[in-house]
Design a protein around this ligand. Structure first.
Ligand code: MN
Length: 291
C-alpha cells in the first residue's frame, strides 16, 4: 500500500491567494505530508501557476477538489444551470492541469448542499453526461477523476459506495474512480470495512476525517476497520486528511460544510498529528500479514 499521504489545504488557510497557496504547501510539507489538496471553490480565479510553483518548491504532489454550487449544478433540469456547471468543471480541470495536479475529486456530479427534493431521473442523466464529457477531457490531460460519496445533507445523488458504483456503471467510463470519505461513510454506510471491499479496484481517492471533522482518534469513526480494509484491497491511491474548524475559515466552503464550531486552533499541530496517525495505522495493518 504505497499511498501518497496528503492534507487538505483548508487545514492551514482559508485564503487561496498566491500567499495562501504558497504557505499551505510549505506547511503541509513541514507536517510530513506527500501531497496537498487544493479546493477550487472559484476555478476561474485560482492561481494555478502559483500552486505549481509552490508544490514544486517543496516537493509535494497536488490534487484539486470541488463541489458544484447550486447555480452551476450539472444535475439540474435547467439547461442553463447545467451549462454553467459544465463550464465550471472545464475551468477546474484546466486549473488542475496547469498546477500539475494528479487528480480532480469531490462532488463533481451535482451541487454540494442540502437538497430539499430527490434528484430527478432527467437531472441524473444530465449529470452522467456532463461527467462523461469531463472524463474524456481529463483523459487527454492525464488527470484522473474520482467522484466523492458524501452524506445526504451534501448531495441527493451519491450517498453510498454502492450508489457510486451504479453511477459509474451507467456512465461507462472505466477510468473514473470512487472517492470515499470516512466522515461521510460514518453517517451513511453499514460500517467502515465492507464499503471499501465492495468498491475495491474502483476506489481511486480516499479522505480521512473524524466524525466531527476534528482531531483523528477523538470521534466515533472506526479507523481500525478503515485501514484494515484499505490494506485488504491493496489500496495504493492517495489518502488525504480533511479537517475543518472555525479557526480557519473559507467563506464559501466552511459555510457549505456547516463548520460552526472551533474544534482546534493550531492547524500545524493538527496536521502533524494526522500525518503520524495515518502513517502509524498503515504501518500497523501491514504487520497483519505476518500473524
Ligand atoms: Mn471529503
Amino acid at each position: 500500500m504505497p499511498s501518497l499521504i496528503g492534507c487538505h489545504a483548508l487545514v492551514f488557510t482559508g485564503d487561496f491567494d498566491a500567499a495562501g497557496i504558497e504557505s499551505s504547501a510549505r506547511r503541509a510539507r513541514q507536517a510530513g505530508f506527500d501531497l496537498i489538496e487544493y479546493p477550487l471553490m472559484d476555478p476561474f480565479t485560482f492561481d494555478a501557476a502559483a500552486a505549481r510553483k509552490a508544490v514544486e518548491a517543496v516537493g509535494l504532489k497536488a490534487t484539486a477538489s470541488l463541489g458544484l454550487p447550486a447555480e452551476a449544478d450539472v444535475s439540474s433540469d435547467d439547461p442553463d444551470i447545467v451549462d454553467a456547471g459544465r463550464r465550471l468543471l472545464d475551468a477546474a480541470l484546466e486549473r488542475t492541469a496547469e498546477m500539475g495536479g494528479l487528480q480532480m475529486v469531490g462532488v463533481l456530479y451535482g451541487s454540494m448542499r442540502k437538497h430539499m427534493a430527490p434528484a430527478t431521473s432527467s437531472g441524473i442523466a444530465n449529470s452522467v453526461a456532463a461527467v462523461a464529457t469531463l472524463a474524456d477531457k481529463a483523459d487527454t490531460l492525464g488527470i484522473k477523476l474520482s467522484l466523492e460519496v458524501v452524506n445526504r445533507y451534501e448531495s441527493n445523488i451519491i450517498n453510498t459506495g454502492r450508489q457510486a458504483l451504479r453511477y459509474l456503471a451507467d456512465m461507462g467510463r472505466s477510468q473514473v474512480s470512487v472517492h470515499l470519505d470516512t466522515y461521510h461513510m460514518n453517517i451513511e454506510e453499514s460500517d467502515l470495512f465492507q464499503p471499501i471491499l465492495d468498491t475495491g479496484e474502483d476506489l481511486g481517492y480516499f479522505h480521512i476525517g473524524e466524525s466531527h471533522r476534528g482531531y483523528l482518534g477523538t470521534g466515533s469513526v472506526d479507523f481500525a476497520s478503515t485501514f484494515r480494509a484499505l490494506d485488504r484491497i491493496d489500496y495504493d491511491g492517495p489518502i488525504v486528511f480533511e479537517s475543518f474548524s472555525s479557526a480557519v475559515v473559507s467563506a464559501t466552503l466552511s459555510n457549505t460544510l456547516g463548520i460552526w464550531r472551533n474544534l482546534w486552533e493550531d492547524g500545524d499541530h493538527l496536521a502533524a498529528h494526522a500525518n503520524r496517525y495515518i502513517r502509524d495505522q498503515i504501518t500497523a495493518v501491514r504487520t497483519i500479514a505476518l500473524h
